[in-house]
Design a binder for this molecule. Sequence first.
Ligand code: GUN
Ligand code: FE
Length: 446
Amino acid sequence: MNDPVYLYRGEVFYFKASPLDTDDFYCYFPDGLLVVSQGKIIETGTYQDIKDRYPETSITDYSGKLLMPGLIDSHVHYPQSEMIGMYGRQLLDWLNEYTYPTEEAFCNPEYAERVARFFVNELFRNGTTTCMAYATVHKESVDALFSVASGYNMQMLTGKVLMNRNAPQVLMDTEESGESDSRELIETWHKKGRNLYVITPRFSITSTHGQLISAARLHEEYPDTYVQTHLSENKNEIDSTLSLSPECTDYLEVYERAGLVTERAVFGHCIHLSDSECRRMAEAGAIIAHCPTSNLFLGSGLFDMQQANRINIRTTLATDVGGGTSFSLFRTMGEAYKVQQLNGYSMPVFESLYKCTRGTAKALKLDDKIGSFEQGREADFIVVDYAATPSQQIRKEYLERNGKWDLENKLFGIQTLGDDRNIRATYVAGNRVYLSDSGNHQETGM
Ligand code: GUN
Ligand code: FE
């Protein structure tokens, strides 16, 4: 018997390549069909071209809505879900006053599982189907997130935070326990289903050189794991880092000396980098996670996307919840645009969207699995309503009247005015994991 096929009708869009490299960078079918079987993309095309090939198959009709690959959040802290939007502090005080006390509770596996479940559902509600997340120092926190993600067959990247200095006693590991706990978690979870392990030294202030070295050793031992950490987010953080490592001339060198700057390493923030640091990151193939809502909220600074682009660093967008103020990558794109406006760069909407879809998939070397609708990719996709609010609706009518309701203006509207209300449905590995309860959408065959 043939495997069942599922057809979805709507506006179909995905990136073929980077908008920074070529003019022919996307596929767009205004009246398109997405064909899915066994949780994978079979093909996309125009409704007219494809429908007759599947005469027996009913179609889920999302006409007028956008079908696009699920969003990818490259830097987020799941244990900080509850402490989103805490008032009145900048990075180092915010960590001490709010973050560390919140993370202490994740030694309790039931608690960790409850927050992990909330977090994953919140991602789906916001159209995010993959994330690279920080857990806490506790092994239990990693078990909780991988096990919730496994229940949805979701592509999940996470790892145990390593921190062995300058933190509350109950939140610290040691060089030895950090390494052996991480190794145990890698053996248990890495490449099991769609789970991938990320070796996670929090940042230089909370890890000794010895711990950074042990993280790099582990990464060498398991070369297809990832590394994530924070880099050059806040002026006081940079000063403190350099006074802890006086032998280093800049922040990046602290990670370079440990051997952590590789093409599988994602560095959060990177706001105050010199050209030299950028060039060394580009040479190493390292990845930046730009977190605009967090950078504005914590007053950390304005990331320079033109510098990163000029020097050719792989750059992705990320929420950084709970320093970030929204789980929505649409809100994140909107704030990224404003940050670049302040830098004198009107970042194209295609560039921001690429940096939360295919661009991130490519940076993470997962381009053959997620981030586009090319044949064989996992069917992780979202259904986006362009006009979910009155101001989006009136803007749409205005643009239609003026003959300007084109793809770029539609996407820019989602970026500027969009959020979770624009997500009609979210699919992971071909299964619908979220459906909003508003609207009058037809779900059955036609
Ligand atoms: N630097 C070290 N830890 C953190 C964190 O939890 N959030 C942010 N935004 N920066 C950090
Ligand atoms: Fe962060």
